[in-house]
Design a binder for this molecule. Structure first.
Ligand SMILES: Cc1ncc(COP(=O)(O)O)c(C=O)c1O
Length: 373
């Protein structure tokens, strides 16, 4: 297994904790342990009394029961809790794929969704989202990509980095294409519940089909990345069994206090969602106005869901632009080249409260370097 450097994670490792403003984060506003435990009387005491021995490898039953509330059909023993979504991606790919298998991946993507499959020796076909169609995916293209050796289809909705969200009827067709060809659908739903209206929320893939795998996490919509709690939900007993067996070689079980806090957070997830979607919507209004003022410099493809977008720089080269911005003004954007995007896009994140201040700093920078009119 030969894994390339994870470009986005290396970039964050270099800058994330050294800059004034991270204007490209994919996670929403976080909170302190005190703020979280304040959501429920007695929760701080229960955290203090929480036992710190090994936990159940699948994830604590209480947490898994709470995670089930996110789905319609899944039982607690069909949820496998991991250390973040990242561990689950790694284990899914290793559980399901063999060298020579073919995998179709929604593109551009969070690097591990394609790179782990490649490192196993699979051939990976990019199912490309295109800016000129609002980052939509073409179902006929998916059908053309299918091969006899196709073992998995990987999709990510709401999408990182474009903010695309597919209509429900199309998503149902993707699920059906995978099902009817005996292909496992791996549906990265880590930005679920950050839709701008609840009506737009897609049904989870694991509810639509009994062989599909849904990926979820505490990090993004709920803003609790530091817990490092993610999960897969699936009625596919074989995939579940294989992933659980592999987990014995990675983390064995999860952090006990994190499981306790994740369970608490999910009990109050409506409040967390309401707060963070509120922040996203306020920030979107700022972004709409900014990009309207700067339409000579940027192309703004308004995202359909979630806390991230993928605008395009019209003047100059995006890597140089991002480097100058962070060096001179301490504002971090993510050049699209980290997603192997050749077209001068960059990722913005707007799920945090300090986004308007970061945006003001970006605008001052644009004025100073005369990018703007
Ligand atoms: C689409 C997608 N999947 C998975 C992950 C990994 O999530 P975590 O860092 O919580 O493990 C990310 C993180 O950015 C992501 O954007």
């Amino acid at each position: 297994m030969q894994l390339p450097h994870f470009k986005l994670e290396r970039y964050f490792a270099r800058f994330e904790f050294a800059v004034d403003y991270v204007l490209c984060a994919s996670d929403c506003e976080s909170m302190t342990i005190d703020e979280l435990t304040a959501l429920e009387p007695g929760a701080d005491g229960r955290l203090g009394e929480h036992w710190l021995g090994y936990t159940e490898s699948q994830g604590s039953p209480a947490l898994r029961r709470q995670i089930c509330q996110l789905y319609d059909t899944v039982e607690a023993d069909q949820v496998l809790v991991h250390s973040g979504a990242e561990e689950a991606i790694f284990l899914f790919m290793h559980a399901v794929l063999e060298p020579g298998d073919h995998v179709i991946v929604h593109w551009p993507c969070y690097q591990s969704l394609a790179a782990v499959a490649s490192s196993i020796g699979c051939s990976v076909t990019r199912w490309e989202a295109r800016e000129d169609s609002g980052w939509a995916l073409d179902l006929d293209e998916l059908r053309r990509h299918l091969r006899r050796s196709t073992r998995a289809i990987v999709i990510n909705l709401p999408h990182n980095p474009t903010g695309y969200l597919m209509p429900q009827d199309q998503f149902a067709q993707v699920v059906e294409i995978a099902r009817s060809h005996g292909i496992t659908l791996f549906s990265d739903e880590v930005y679920r519940e950050s839709e701008y209206t609840a009506e737009e929320r897609l049904q989870a893939a694991c509810d639509l089909d009994e062989s599909a795998v849904s990926l979820g996490v505490m990090s993004k919509t709920y803003g609790l990345a530091g817990l490092r709690i993610g999960w897969v939900a699936t009625r596919n007993a074989e995939v579940y069994r294989r992933m659980a067996a592999l987990k014995d070689y990675t983390t064995i079980c999860n952090s006990a206090p994190s499981e306790c806090l994740a369970e608490l957070a999910l009990r109050h997830r409506e409040r967390l969602v309401e707060r963070n979607v509120g922040i996203i919507l306020e920030n979107l209004a700022w972004l709409d106005a900014f990009f309207e003022r700067r339409s000579d410099v940027f192309v703004w493809q308004r995202p359909k869901a979630g806390p991230i977008a993928f605008p395009r720089l019209l003047i100059g080269q995006v890597e140089a632009f991002c480097e100058r911005l962070v060096q001179q003004d301490g504002v971090l954007l993510l050049p699209g080249t980290l997603f192997d995007d050749p077209e001068n896009h960059f990722r913005m994140g707007f799920g945090r409260k300090n986004m308007p201040a970061a945006l003001a700093r970006l605008e001052e920078h644009c004025d100073r370097v005369r990018l703007a009119r």
